[in-house]
Structures are given as C-alpha cells and as structure tokens.
Design a protein around this ligand. Structure first.
Ligand code: FAD
Ligand code: NAD
Length: 475
C-alpha cells in the first residue's frame, strides 16, 4: 500500500463513474494523498449500455479498468474495491465494506479524510411499487445488461419449446419496458432492431408473436426533448411496431404480469393486466442508502429529497470539507453524464487551484519570516519582490468562478438506424431526427469513449454485428 505523505491532505473520492473519473482525470494527484473507493473497479461508458443488452456491443468494450486510468497519474493513487457504507462528518472518516464475492479476513474498515468527494451516483427508482425489485430487470450496470441479454434469449427459446400453448408463447414473446425516458426509449429501439435483424431470421417460427411495449405514466415519451422530436420518436416507434402506452402508470408487478392504470381521454381510469416475458424497469433515479444516511446527519440537508444539496462550488450544504458531484448531488441540473463530467472537471480545477494557493501562501509566510532574519534565507529585497509577485498570482488563482453547466445537447438512439438530437447551435437550438442524426450519434459517442482501446473495440463490435449478425448464444 502507498505510504501516506503527512505533509499533504488526504482526499477521499467515492465512486468510479462519470463524475469521479472526470475529477481524477484532471486532478493533479501530486498535491494530495488521493484515495479512491468504489465497488466497481472500472469506469462504465453508460451511453452505449443499451447496445450491450442485445449484443450490438460487447460489454467489455465500454469498460475501462480504474487501475489503468490511475496508472497514468503523476503521483500514485490508492484504490480500494469497496462500498462506502457510511460517512461520519464529525470524526471525518468513511466506513468502507468489501461486498465482493471473495472476502479476506478484513471486510470492514475506516478511512480518515481531510477532504471528501461523494460521487456514488444513484440507484434505480421503484417508488415502492410491489414486485418491481423481485421480477424486473434494471438497466444501469454492466451486470444488468448481461442479465437482460440472457433473458431475452431465454424467453425466445422457451417460447419455441415443444407444445408451448399459444397464450404462453404470446406472454413469453412480450417484452415490456416501463419508463419512457431516454433509457426506456433507447432500450426499446435496440430490442426491436435485435428482433428485426437477427431473431426473426434465426427463430422464424415464433417471430410473428414478438412484441415490444413501452409504458409511460406521462402523456408522452422523452419528456426532456423538444415536442418535434417527441412526435418523431412516437411515429418512428409506431412504424417499427413498438407499442407505446402513455398516461399509463404501473401499480403492481407479479412474476408474469404488470398491472397498470390507464387514464382515458375523458379522464376516467381503467386497470389493465399485461402479461410479459421480459420486464425492463427504467423509471429513473433514487438516492443511494449511503447518501441518505449522510443527509440524515446534516441538519441543513433536511429539506433535500433527491440527493445532497450543494452550493455553487459543489460543497455539500451544511458541511465544510465534503463535496458532491454527479447524480447524487442536487445542483439544479438533470442527472446526466454531461453534468457529472463537467462537475468533476470543475472540482479538479478547484482542488488544483486550492493546492497552488496553499503552497503559495506557505511560501509567502516563509519569505516574510526571512525578512526579519539578519542572516541566512533569501535576501530581504529579493524576498519582498517574490512576495509581491506571489500575491499578484494568488489574486488571480483565488478568483475561481462558481460552477456553471454548459449544455451541449441531448442525443438518443430510437432504433432502425435513427436517432434524435437536441443540440445547441450558434445561439439557438437545433432539433433533428433520422438516419443522418444516427451517424452523428454514432460518431459523437465514438469520440466520447474513454480510451482509444474502447473506441477501437466499439467500432469493431459495430462492424462485427453488421457483418455477422448479433450473437444469440445464451451464455
Ligand atoms: P455513476 O456513473 O453511476 O457512478 C457512480 C459510481 O459510484 C460507480 O462507480 C459506483 O460503483 C460507485 N458507487 C456506488 N455506490 C457506492 C458506494 N456506496 N461507495 C462507493 N462507491 C459507490 N447521460 C448522458 O448525459 N448521456 C447519455 O447518453 C446517457 N445514457 C445513459 C444510458 C443509460 C442506460 C443510463 C443508465 C444512464 C445514462 N446517462 C446518460 C446518465 C448517466 O449515466 C449518469 O448521469 C451518470 O452515470 C452519472 O454519473 P455519476 O458519476 O454520478 O454516477
Ligand atoms: P427518466 O427519469 O428520464 O424517465 C423515467 C420515466 O419513467 C419518466 O418519464 C416517468 O414518467 C416514467 N415513470 C415513472 N414511474 C412510472 C410508472 N410507475 N409507470 C410508468 N412510467 C413511469 O429516467 P431514465 O430514462 O432512466 O434517465 C435517467 C437520467 O439519465 C435522465 O436524466 C436522463 O436524461 C439520463 N439519460 C440520458 C440518456 C441520453 O441522453 N441518451 C440516456 C439514458 C439516460
């Protein structure tokens, strides 16, 4: 283990997602004893996760090991594969637990910090709806995508089983997605592609029964996109034969049915029961237990519901040395990778500046005490000159502006080689959808991949699935 330098502050960073990795990328690790804690020893490029559910992209192509990322830092960083189970802001310690399969004699310990960054993201929202956790698949982590990929093929092969009843084939081939946000829409699009391009050819006997239904509680899907793109997406889905049920709120889930309440045009409500083979639950984010626990310990957080409320410098309100970034922070922006990455970059700049400021203040102190010495040290005239120069520099670097998010646009894949994009264009907004936007979507995400290795692997996966079809083996 790396020895702790007693002259440097210990900076503990929780998480290896968009926010924390963006911070780590730009942080000058020479200035602090940096410790990273996360149960996931890799960074995950989430925008391409829906493509892993059908095998368009293989999961390892969008993962980057945290240890490879840290290897390139100027000063070494300590990484622990563990979950932060609680934070004690009074004692300034984080309790960490090894929840992985292989455990040693020590599974729980504490890390003291001088500065703490919470970047643990969010968990899946279920709103306490009965049966969701037990029976549905989520789509947030690599394991979720692998689970879905396996389950799609299990449903198809089980539907093709000898003497399966008609009713049962219909149920098994019914893929239901709950939540019409970007996650649900992108997954539904990928699923329909998989069916049209591969399953239909390879398992033709049951193909007429395959059906994808997207259920959304609000009057339309993709509420954060412009009206024109919402209409474009809904029309494309209709053409692709994806069933969209809007104004439909799921209330209960059983092992093979979803119970939902539809609001009809006259305002009356009807309860319907929908049989399913695969159920994917994509209804957004909820606060993680470690964050909830920390919020409960800080009186200033008592009115915050969706995460740690932060000030414009991303300091957790009501604390001194804790910052929060990404999906677990409430800074007034949507919980997206774009926001998380910009917050991480901002914090790296802030911490680099803080370290420079401290170093310069220490130098000023040293020089000013030299001024009183008769012998030794820097000659008084030179010391006075250096102090003046340092103070001028300090003035500049102390002037760090608060965090401001710059929205670069939203992109989503909607299936059949079409995408929608709401992008900032000159001083206005450009809303566009179709095949050209799909090429833009692909090139944008390819260029945003974490490393050249990821970029090459993703590109090869795209070529591979186009040339040979997706691999339908059920591992
Ligand atoms: P995450 O990236 O989720 O990272 C959280 C990290 O904390 C993980 O490493 C996790 O293992 C770790 N962690 C969890 N619990 C603990 C704990 N107790 N202690 C320590 N560490 C912990 N956004 C976009 O802008 N564009 C997109 O195209 C897009 N596509 C998406 C597609 C999907 C399928 C999903 C699910 C999300 C997508 N998003 C997209 C949203 C984006 O992924 C999130 O906003 C982003 O990941 C948030 O970053 P984060 O660092 O806060 O959290
Ligand atoms: P979301 O919060 O954007 O959407 C969830 C949807 O589920 C909402 O529209 C909500 O009305 C619906 N819902 C909630 N409860 C329901 C119920 N009981 N029955 C039916 N519908 C219900 O969630 P998401 O799509 O997972 O996205 C999470 C975050 O990640 C968002 O900020 C999103 O912008 C971001 N993201 C972005 C992209 C992209 O830019 N391409 C892709 C995925 C996720």
């Amino acid at each position: 283990q790396k020895a702790r330098d007693p002259n440097k502050k210990t900076l503990v960073i929780l998480g290896t997602g968009w926010a924390s990795v963006s911070l780590l990328k730009k942080l000058d690790t020479e200035n602090y004893n940096v410790v990273v804690v996360s149960p996931r020893n890799y960074f995950l490029f989430t925008p391409l996760l829906p493509s892993c559910t059908t095998g368009t992209i293989e999961h390892r192509s969008i993962m980057e090991p945290i240890r490879s990322i840290l290897r390139h830092k100027r000063a070494s960083v300590q990484y622990y594969e563990a979950e932060a189970s609680s934070v004690d802001p009074d004692r300034k310690v984080v309790k960490i637990t090894d929840n992985s399969e292989v455990k040693g004699a020590t599974v729980e310990t504490e890390i003291p910090y001088d500065m703490l960054v919470v970047g643990v993201g969010a968990e899946n929202a279920t709103f306490g709806i009965p049966g969701v956790r037990e029976h549905s698949c989520f789509l947030k982590e690599i394991g979720d995508a692998q689970h879905i990929r396996k389950k799609i093929m299990d449903c198809v092969e089980t539907a093709a089983f000898k003497d399966q009843s008609n009713e049962e084939v219909n149920r098994l081939m019914h893929m239901v997605v709950v939540g019409g946000g970007p996650t649900g829409v992108e997954f539904a699009g990928e699923l329909q592609d998989f069916f049209e391009e591969d399953i239909k050819k390879l398992v033709p006997e049951i193909s007429p029964r395959f059906k994808v239904t997207l259920i959304e509680a609000l009057p339309n899907v993709l509420p954060s996109f412009s009206k024109q793109l919402i209409d474009y997406t809904e029309n494309t889905f209709r053409e692709e034969k994806i069933d969209i049920m809007t104004k439909t709120m799921v209330k209960n889930v059983t092992k093979d049915t979803v119970e939902a309440e539809i609001t009809k045009p006259d305002g009356s409500k009807e309860l319907i029961v929908i049989p399913y083979g695969l159920l994917v639950w994509a209804t957004g984010n909820a606060v993680r237990p470690v964050v909830r626990d920390l919020m409960a310990k800080i009186p200033a957080q008592k009115d915050s519901r969706r995460g740690l409320a932060v000030n414009p410098y991303l300091v957790v309100q009501g604390t001194r040395d804790i910052w929060a970034i990404g999906d677990c922070a409430v800074a007034g922006y949507a919980p997206t990778a774009q926001v998380a990455a910009q917050e991480g970059n901002f914090l790296a700049h802030l911490f680099n500046t803080m370290a420079r400021t401290e170093a310069q203040e220490a130098r000023i102190q040293e020089l000013s005490s030299n001024l009183n010495l008769v012998q030794g040290g820097t000659p008084p005239a030179e010391a006075a000159q250096e102090i003046e120069a340092l103070e001028r520099q300090l003035k500049k670097i102390r002037n760090v502006k608060p965090f401001r998010y710059t929205h670069q646009g939203s992109l989503a894949y909607i299936g059949s080689e079409k995408a929608v994009a709401d992008v900032s264009w000159w001083n206005g907004n450009l809303a566009t959808g179709g095949s050209l936007t799909y090429l833009f979507w692909r090139s944008a995400y390819l260029s945003m991949c974490f490393s050249t290795r990821n970029r090459v692997l993703v590109l090869l996966d795209w070529l591979k699935s186009k040339a040979f079809g997706r691999d339908i083996s059920r591992e």
